[in-house]
Design a protein around this ligand. Structure first.
Ligand SMILES: [Zn+2]
Length: 267
């Protein structure tokens, strides 16, 4: 079955990963801007990163007939530095017209600090002014519920935000309804140990259904698996889910969300 991985950091994966994903019928990926494992010192470093996401990486993916899209922002971890964040946000508009850019992301909170919230709001402001889609990172583990609540409140307090143009990512059992009941799309991140395992993701689908929900590997430089979405396909098949329902979660839903982006060109 063809699948889409709507959240994976391919710059930190090898070319062999692209090959394995292609063998497993990956049709497309989207790569949110993220923390690279170290704090970057200058806005110029982000400019180079945005060039990598909009120019180099789509060409590497195309060698394996995988379509590559991306999201731009300064991530919540580096957003603690507000002045650097403002310089980086000012760089984003020149990249928004690049054909593989889907919107602003992954923005959100990391430690739920005041500086992170300030930078989050300034990203929302940019997204509102440019009418971009938004991809939200929610914090991990013990901060997740509180952080997701804070983010949903900030989104709801901004009247310019249209929930159907926002995806709240890394949801789990205790946050999935916060996203869906407020009209947002949501993403489940499949990790071998922390976050959702494919079995837990399957439980969540059985709990909330298949509307406005998708799954991703969030593969990066840490321990993660670029074939996590195919593993969810296997788990759903094993439990007897209909082919059409599986395809909706792993292919049609991410595509329907992306189709709303300003630069979208039909395949
Ligand atoms: Zn990520």
């Amino acid at each position: 079955m063809q699948f889409i991985d709507p959240h994976i950091h391919m710059i930190s994966r090898t070319t062999d990963d692209y090959q394995r994903m292609a063998y497993a019928q990956c049709a497309a990926v989207s790569e949110p801007a993220f923390w690279a494992g170290f704090d970057r010192g200058t806005a110029q470093a982000f400019h180079d990163y945005f060039r990598q996401l909009t120019d180099y990486e789509p060409r590497r993916a195309a060698l394996f007939h995988i379509r590559h899209y991306c999201w731009l922002c300064i991530n919540a971890k580096e957003a603690e530095n507000v002045s650097l964040s403002r310089e980086v946000i000012a760089l984003i508009p020149e990249f928004l017209k690049k054909p593989n850019v889907l919107g602003i992301g992954e923005i959100g909170l990391n430690k739920n600090t005041a500086n992170e919230a300030t930078v989050f709001q300034e990203h929302l402001d940019l997204a509102a002014k440019t009418n971009e889609l938004i991809l939200i990172h929610t914090p991990h583990l013990e901060d997740k519920y509180k952080g997701t609540r804070m983010i949903v409140d900030m989104l709801k307090n901004d009247r310019r935000v249209k929930p159907h143009r926002v995806c709240v990512d890394h949801v789990e059992e205790h946050t999935v309804k916060l996203a869906l009941d407020n009209g947002f799309w949501c993403g489940m991140t499949l990790y071998p140990t922390t976050k959702c395992t494919p079995a837990r993701a399957c439980d969540i689908i059985e709990m909330v259904g298949t509307e406005r929900i998708m799954a991703n590997s969030a593969g990066d430089w840490g321990k993660s698996d670029p074939l996590a979405v195919p593993e969810l396909i296997q788990e759903m098949k094993r439990r007897g889910h209909a082919e059409a329902d599986i395809r909706k979660v792993v292919f049609e839903n991410p595509l329907a969300f992306w189709r709303q982006s300003n630069n979208w060109r039909e395949w």
